[in-house]
Write a protein that binds this ligand. Structure first.
Ligand code: IFM
Length: 449
């Protein structure tokens, strides 16, 4: 298939529906010691023996630090409407309280180039590269970090204002807290149940503290927050409560305080011994009216209660999986969006800010035949369309990722790009999925002209 097919009545054909591609700073930039940037927790984590597959790191990554211009030209060539990127906090505030003009300028040239090429710019302020100097003082376990983030958000929004079309405070606070501070598989590599929930609360507090600055400094931009959700399904009828709880801890825990001003009771009860100190007024800060919510969706999970009453994930080996081991189950995207729509009365418009598949892609004679990814996108676009037709307001979709990049603890082996990167030469090659995306978008553009 050399083009994603959208049926004639597809809601994704509307000209106002936005298509894009997404990346994040640490995963693509490289230039780790250039332009005044100081280390982030990921630079430190990558140096820990055994932390990252193959001892890979983001020192060079896709060398976007030098190749940004050609990369933006390539993005424009895909026919997308928008580019979602993140800013590296330690490039902008490399030392406590000290702003790096060069870091701001680095992103300014990228934003200007995108605009000159007709691309909207969606910026995420925090995609996990916390400055190491803050981790040295406790990182997200220290309440102060939330106020440091407020300062950083203020600096960025004062400088760029409405020039950034869309601001997201955080990307996937689930990963930043649970993977980083609860299970220790992401930076900074801390393991502790209490630490997981404490860091989560401070991240959400950081979101809430940043919001008024974003509103004030960029009154015409959109403001939101991005959550990942892996919806749970019960293995048997007796496991329905297990699936409900899995969702509660997995994503209601992050979305409820923002949209409802409260944490889900089921988690407060089950994890009462691990609960953080929630100060009076914190939930008023976190609760915020958003212009959009970003949803990152990749897969689902099937769960059951084990003999101890603990929730256990049950692999589904008969279904197809991507190279990273995630089940392909597009129906879960439709189900998730419908469930969110039902749960929150005040749900703002949604964007699918990430969706994609990992492969072990090889470039052979200048071609990358990533058929599984092509099918993945095709079926997920259909699942998204079904949710929109059933009444969920979704305004855009971003493919994860523009190009192969540093996939955190998996290093460079897991390739999520629609564009292949040869890390020896930094050559970019459009995979079949990129061509299918481009052909669909060009056709849609012609139709809408
Ligand atoms: O690569 C990551 C991204 O940084 C955050 N969301 C999930 C992606 C795939 O694991």
């Amino acid at each position: 298939m050399n083009k994603f097919q959208l049926p004639s009545d597809s809601k994704l054909r509307r000209p106002e529906f936005l298509f894009g591609v997404a990346t994040s700073s640490y995963q693509i930039e490289g230039g780790a010691q250039l332009g005044g940037r100081t280390p982030s927790i990921w630079d430190t984590f990558c140096n820990k023996p055994g932390a990252v597959d193959n001892a890979d790191n983001g020192d060079v990554a896709c060398d976007h630090f030098h190749l940004w211009q050609q990369d933006i030209e390539m993005i424009q060539g895909l026919g997308v409407d928008a580019y979602r990127l993140s800013m590296a906090w330690p490039r902008i505030v490399p030392h406590d309280g000290q702003v790096n003009e060069e870091g701001l300028k680095f992103y300014e040239q990228i934003i200007d180039e995108c605009h000159a090429r007709g691309l909207k710019v969606f910026v995420t302020l925090y995609h996990w590269d916390l400055p190491q100097y803050l981790e040295d003082k406790g990182g997200w376990l220290n309440r102060e970090t939330a106020y440091k983030f407020e300062y950083y958000a203020q600096v960025v929004s004062e400088y760029f204002g409405d020039k950034i079309d869309s601001y997201a405070t955080l990307n996937e606070p689930f990963c930043a807290s649970y993977l980083g501070y609860r299970w220790g598989i992401h930076a900074p590599g801390i393991k502790g149940e209490r630490e997981g929930f404490l860091s989560a609360h401070h991240l959400m507090l950081a979101h809430g503290l940043a919001m008024p600055h974003l509103r004030k400094n960029a009154p015409n931009s959109m403001h939101g927050c991005v959550f990942n959700a892996t919806p749970a399904y019960p293995l048997n009828d007796s496991d329905i409560a297990a699936a409900e709880y899995s969702d509660a801890e997995g994503f209601h825990w992050f979305m409820d305080p923002v949209l409802k001003g409260e944490y889900p009771q089921a988690v407060l009860d089950r994890q009462s011994h691990n609960m953080p100190m929630i100060l009076e007024g914190d939930l008023d800060i976190i609760r915020s009216d958003l212009d959009f919510i970003g949803i990152n969706f990749y897969t689902r999970c099937v769960v059951r209660f084990d003999e101890n009453g603990d929730i256990q994930e049950v692999p589904q080996p008969t279904n197809e999986h991507t190279f990273i081991g995630w089940e392909i189950y597009p129906q879960a995207l439709t189900d998730l969006l419908l469930r969110l729509n039902e749960r929150y009365d005040n749900l703002p418009p949604l964007y699918i800010t990430e969706n994609g598949a990992a492969g072990e892609d090889n470039c052979v004679n200048g071609e990358v035949n990533d058929q599984q990814r092509v099918m993945y996108f095709q079926t997920h676009l259909e699942a998204l369309d079904a949710a929109i037709k059933a009444g969920v307001k979704v305004d855009g979709y971003f493919a994860w990722s523009l190009m192969d990049n540093f996939e955190w603890a998996y290093g460079y082996k897991q390739r999520f790009g629609i564009v292949h990167v040869d890390y020896q030469t930094q050559k970019r090659t459009l995979k079949q999925s990129a061509l299918a995306y481009r052909n669909m978008l060009l056709e849609r553009r012609e139709e809408n002209q």
